[in-house]
Design a protein around this ligand. Sequence first.
Ligand code: MN
Length: 313
Amino acid sequence: MTNHEQDSQVYQCEPSTSGSWQTITGRQSEVGGITVSRTLPTRNRRMIGPWVFLDHLGPVRFSAGQQGLQVGPHPHTCLQTFTWMLQGQIRHRDSLGSDQILRPGEVNLMTAGWGIAHTEESVPAKHAIDLESLQLWLAMPASQAAAAPDFQHYAQLPVLLQHGWQGQVLLGEFSGQQAPGQAYTPTVAVDWQLPASSTGVLPLNPAFEYGVYVISGRVQLDHQPLAARTLGYLPPGQQQVELQALEESRVLLLGGAPFSEPVTLWWNYVGHSKAYISAAQADWERGSGRFGEIPNPVAEPMAGPPVPWAPQK
Ligand code: MN
């Protein structure tokens, strides 16, 4: 997915040095009639481990024959896009030649490194379709800023059963189960489906900070209420957390070692300097070949807003 913000703020993401419990409420916006709720980055919380971006798209119902989602070619650098479908299907195409339909229960992990471009579009259907997904970005360390781009699709992910809860390990390792995707700093993501009135304790890595994002339902996290579309932040140092589902709920547990380098996020780029991002945008604008091309894209390439800082020498 893409950052549609026309004002496209610059976020300086500093490594976490200390922290306390936070509740982050998503900023709701509408993009082409689709509700998008963004909980990262926000003013008070820029990163959780390497995770710098969390958008919840939909749910939205497209009637039969409607075009649906059509996101034209746009660039990314120095980040990994991580897409988790909740309902419906999205077709991903990128400048490496990948062409992949993503369904619920599967992960697309695209590594931008030095640069990649991609498109995302609804899959045509003869009936109405509900579309809902989570789109996350992981910052890549400076050592990977010039890495070759890559795209991976994972249809098989480890399943966990704990406290009568079903979990799916989407990235990293949880309770001895290792997901296949590769991140560049220690991290974890687990999707949990919680029956109503269930309670359990999840083991945590005290070296990690965590976010618990409520996809749907209503939970209590260590006795703190957390509504749908909010993110609870847990600082490093916790051995475990108690999670109670007040109704049938679905949550995404995100975590990682606090990122050790400051990063800058602007539009669809992550970088370790403004000069790197300015150069990336200049390369995209003049079609330098850095990002490659996607034949017959679903929509026009996105130009992107002007870089909001003065040129740097
Ligand atoms: Mn994108």
